[in-house]
Design a protein around this ligand. Sequence first.
Ligand SMILES: Nc1ncnc2c1ncn2[C@@H]1O[C@H](COP(=O)(O)OP(=O)(O)OP(=O)(O)O)[C@@H](O)[C@H]1O
Ligand SMILES: [Mg+2]
Length: 437
Amino acid sequence: MLVTQSTYVTLDIGSSSVRVMVGEVRRDSVNMIGVGEAKSRGIKKGAIVDIDETVNSIKEAVEKAERMINASINHVVVGITGNHIQMQRCHGVVAVSSEDREIGDEDVNRVMDTAQVVSIPPDREIIGLVPKQFILDSRDEIKDPRGMIGVRLEMEGTLITGSKSTILNMLRCVERAGLEIADILLQPLAAGDVALSEDEKALGVALVDLGGGSTTVTVFDQGDLVGTRQIPVGGDHITNDISVGFKTSKEEADLVKLNNGHAYVPTASDEEDDSFEVSKIGSREQQLFTQWQLANIIEPRLAETFELVDKEIKRMGYDELPGGFVLIGGSAKIPGIMELAEEIFDQNVRIAIPDYIGVREPYFTNGIGLMLFAHKHMRIQGKDLSAKLSQPGHQEQQGSKQVKREQVKKETPARNQSGGKGSVKDKVSNMFKSFFE
Ligand SMILES: Nc1ncnc2c1ncn2[C@@H]1O[C@H](COP(=O)(O)OP(=O)(O)OP(=O)(O)O)[C@@H](O)[C@H]1O
Ligand SMILES: [Mg+2]
């Protein structure tokens, strides 16, 4: 396989699945070359509860992807999400350095660095910075000041921070799985990049990620991400409800959900032809149910979830979002979900599915988002986030990966000392500069 500069590996560590995606990005198009998926055993409600199990799931997913691409994976771009994420306004100002007073990359980098020199509590870590506008000698609303002439450059933006311990626990799992972290990206921000149009983001839109253990709602307005909240309810709760309602095992409840599920009672089928058998737990007895009966279990749970989403949006200060609602995540696959969401939100609703061969599922939107976002970073900043894939069979390279894994283990404690080289901040301080596109 030809390894190009534009090959990326992304890692989405979810409550249901850990997904590794390998793709080649050319301009804005992705050629998916490998996907590895493993059942997630160490994550509950979107948070790591068991390091070893999480490491094993990551390794399993990576190995599956490695087999598919016939190369070994060393570097990954990791998505992060959760309620520990916070935003705060930030501001930086610098004197333009070059003699001819033309703003260059260096000035932009410096002003963004100074904006990050703010006092944040010791238990928090900067994940990224989203510039809102640049101000050059009192001229404001500048999107990209490079090439302009001026003396004093300012930047106003949003600083994204996360809980240091949550980030470090995640990094630790990734490193223990033998991987190096090319970058950490705020997953909903990256997903928003592929799932939402510029118009939607300008008007005000909610991106709702319906996962397994959680639902994440992220609001974009006037082009910017304004807030993200994670609700600890997802598709796994639906499975539980089915298991209780139909008195059947969780495994069977999950199959019933995937094969016969429907989210909207008024359009669910009550025909005998669409009925299905479910075994009763602890007995050989088979029970017959219709899709309508199943929808009567699924709908209330999803309706409750959407009401919680609505509450979070109101808490962020939004009564109305003219850009509507966009659904992603595995649970967005349940038929009838759009109708139910439209009824509850009283807004336009659509499901965002990546339009690339091999990943046309709403649970791949996060991974594709991370990939395209990472690519933009690299192009704009000359930052190398691409995957260092090595061909298997080359004894040397295989060996060097082994060594790397050992080194990673040894390096891990040092990484915990904040502020030092290799700290999270160090890794991610240049994030989100893709704004310049
Ligand atoms: N065809 C389908 N119909 C109904 N539900 C589905 C379907 N496919 C997947 N799901 C559900 O989607 C959920 C998993 O979604 P996803 O993979 O986006 O979650 P995750 O990212 O692992 O979890 P989280 O985002 O909560 O951490 C599971 O509950 C699964 O049962
Ligand atoms: Mg998810």
